[in-house]
Design a binder for this molecule. Sequence first.
Ligand code: FCB
Length: 456
Amino acid sequence: MTFPENFVWGAATASYQIEGAAKEDGRGPSIWDTFSGTAGKVHNGDTGAVACDHYHRYADDVKLMRELNLAAYRFSIAWPRIQPDGSGPINPAGLDFYDRLLDELLKAEISPYVTLYHWDLPQALEDRGGWAERDTAHRFADYAAAVHARLGDRVEQWATLNEPWVAAFLGYGNGVHAPGRKDAAAAMRAAHHLLLGHGLAARRLREQGARSLMLVVNSAPVLTPAQVDDPAAALSEEDAAAVRTIDALLNRQFLDPALRGEYPAEVLAAAERNGGTAHIRDGDLAIINAPIDLIGVNYYNPCVVRAAPGTPADPAWPGSEDVGFAAADAPVTAMGWPVVPTGLSRLLVRLSHDYPQAGFMVTENGAAYDDVLEGGRVRDADRLAYLDGHLRAVDLAIKQGADVRGYLVWSLLDNFEWAEGYRRRFGIVHVDYATQARTPKDSALWYRDVIARNGL
Ligand code: FCB
């Protein structure tokens, strides 16, 4: 099985999850420093203060990427390194780090895919209301323009946001992520202001000459339990309504404004019931609908729902009244996430069909398992099988007409897995946090060979 000739192979990480050096070279505090420093928020009290110490070990890490044949590396920029107070003066020492990293990557002939926001909002902006406030969108565009002004000569691929659904609804809705707020109306506003920030930043970057712009979403097919096995399974009217609602909240809430300049009716109705729609101002949708080149799809598992009349809305899903979230009949990873590779092919085919305005790229896919390092080796057959299955799903989607340009595994390294801390290992490379030793797992060596032959 061979992938298209220009198919891009790589891996992804994010600043707060790997960098460490939380107080070095003028970096200001982010909402994740505050959140992880608050008792009871993150498993085991883990924080990103040291993480994989990538800030100091980036050169060795790039060498490792090269050994694994990666052609692309997706990483994110820590806003609080660039603007310690979230606005105003730029901290040149913060940009210097990414400057050095980029030079290393380009020397190794690895294309950088830069994400401007992967959840580490400067705490100073959260103190002024965070993403629930409109001003944060403007501050984001200023920050994005400043980063592009310094690094734009060496970066072709820019992503504005990573997973705005998670940032808004886990950050401000159920409070499982930083900043840990539990306020449905604030979450609805945050989602809109994230999108507004995306549109404002996209415009600024384009004006400054950026060639390729991307929005990264945590998209998933929304299925009933029966549809997990049989996509053609017939649905009751009630189940079909539950599927439509969650598909609107998870997928169309972001893709429709960004690619079509409109909100789904279900999202407007959810906003009406949760604080109203006054924060959506005339002209916003035209800004959000800035032309972009790629949609980055982060896929881990399908979202499984059924009708459940009388159920109140889940705090992470304002507008989800009468919907029940269900388990899939499938094996699960260490996160408890069901392994359903067919979900990825269905998703890519559907998105490519519904949104011909952009190309697609799998910007995250991978799995956490309870790895064991033994005699210098990690035999992660389960992760290898997960990746193999999902690559076959990407191949199938391409054969069925989806415009998929590449695949980035999550993640290069074991790292700080947000509320789960370090106990969940997603890396294809094992990290011993006591010594910072890196050991490529069996899946990494397998992936290296997949890349070399551009196929399975
Ligand atoms: C995604 C995040 C990424 C990582 C994976 C497991 O939602 O974008 O940072 O935590 O999940």
